[in-house]
Design a protein. Structure first.
Length: 65
């Protein structure tokens, strides 16, 4: 199921036949984890760090008042 999800997200569809094209990474160990899950995790982690930094700035501003 994870491979099918990756294929849908990557748009691996043949323009001529409209059939799903097999991903080239199949057979690599933990390829879906490295190519799909890890980048999503990194984006979420970055957004959470930015949100935390904004919260700290607001807290410092409130202390100054």
């Amino acid at each position: 199921m994870a491979i099918e999800l990756y294929d849908m997200l990557a748009g691996n569809v043949s323009p001529m036949t409209r059939d799903n094209v097999k991903a080239a990474y199949r057979g690599e160990e933990e390829a879906f984890l490295r190519k799909v899950v890890t980048p999503i995790y990194k984006v979420i982690a970055k957004l959470l760090k930015l949100k935390e930094a904004k919260r700290e700035i607001k807290a410092l501003a409130m202390e100054e008042l």
